[in-house]
Design a protein around this ligand. Sequence first.
Ligand SMILES: Cc1ncc(COP(=O)(O)O)c(C=O)c1O
Length: 406
Amino acid sequence: MTELSTNQAFIDLEDQVAAHNYSPLPVVVEHAEGIHVTDVEGNTYIDALSGYSALNFGHRHPGLVQAAKDQLDRSTLTSRAFHNDQLGPFCEALARLVGKDMILPMNTGAEAVETALKIARKWAYQVKGVADGQAEIIVMDGNFHGRTTTIISFSDDPEAHDHYGPSTPGFVAVPYGDLAAIEAAITDNTAAVLVEPIQGEQGVMIPQEGFLPGLRQLCTDRNVLMIADEIQSGLGRTGTSLACEYEGVEADMYTLGKALGGGIVPVSAVAADADVMNVITPGTHGSTFGGNPLAAAVGKAVVDLLLTGEHQAHAKQLEGVFAEELGKLVGHGAEAVRVRGLWAGIDIDPELMTGKEACKALAKKGVLAKDTHGSTIRLAPPLTITEDELRQVTDTLASVLAEARG
Ligand SMILES: Cc1ncc(COP(=O)(O)O)c(C=O)c1O
């Protein structure tokens, strides 16, 4: 084995032996704490991506690390063939946080979405009375719900979708935010509408005010389940526990993930009331690792952090500064900015630079961010960031754009 010490040496090794399913920035993280990461050459950066919101509480949050360490010394995996003493308390706390009766724990976000789709179809057959095999689920253009074959069947992103067919049938796509199109797409066979309250991967696309309440009403009126995928938008990111709360909307099912594992272990979940969740019976769905005691202990510690409301309040409080500072960039290298809580999408003037170029320039100045769809970049710093540190992020972006404009 060769001795590795530079960023480039690790990158070259990865290139040879790890599949090329990502195109990361040339930063090799060795150490991470709070909002900061340090690479193998000793350069330190502010992590303004937070693992796509999986690190809402920063890297190695002491309380979450302690919960994991404590549980590592007790038990880590039982499988669901037996009970464990962590699952019940975790589900009880999470159900309370999101206002639902029951939780079905899984591991990754995509698994939670798959689970919600299965529950919705089964609910359609067993409760609504749709003929077996006929259930339809309405999805949004521009969606991102994960990478399984069924989920990418209804993705309109060619990179995610192409050459993985045949597609899973039973999905109908409509323009995001278009209530009339959803209404027109609903039939007697419609089981559910699956929606991201804010489309993160699409570039933090925030629907028009009134869309989510309108969708809620439509789903109620037409006996269709509203499934809100809060995997990226949820758990404090937008200044509330769930992004749906911003407009006072309660979905029938939530999918949660990312931050639920505290950046330590993969933890995801579906939350629903008993009348929906109870279509799942013993043997009809499961996962070897879903609900394992280590995941449940960390998940419970995450929920306990959120139950104080302090992280949501902090995100809400900093939203003003974030929006104001990013707003100043419009017309000065940025074409548009969208901000909710500590989550922002910035459309860079494509004449100036691509999103990827902007992210490389930001990294050189000590800020890590992620591009999406050509010229958009996303900022989602840990919710533990201070106002000064947040200004450091926005100032750095301002200087990158100013330099590019010359
Ligand atoms: C809204 C949404 N749903 C689902 C997923 C998939 O989660 P995972 O990558 O953990 O499978 C993501 C990941 O980015 C997401 O943003």
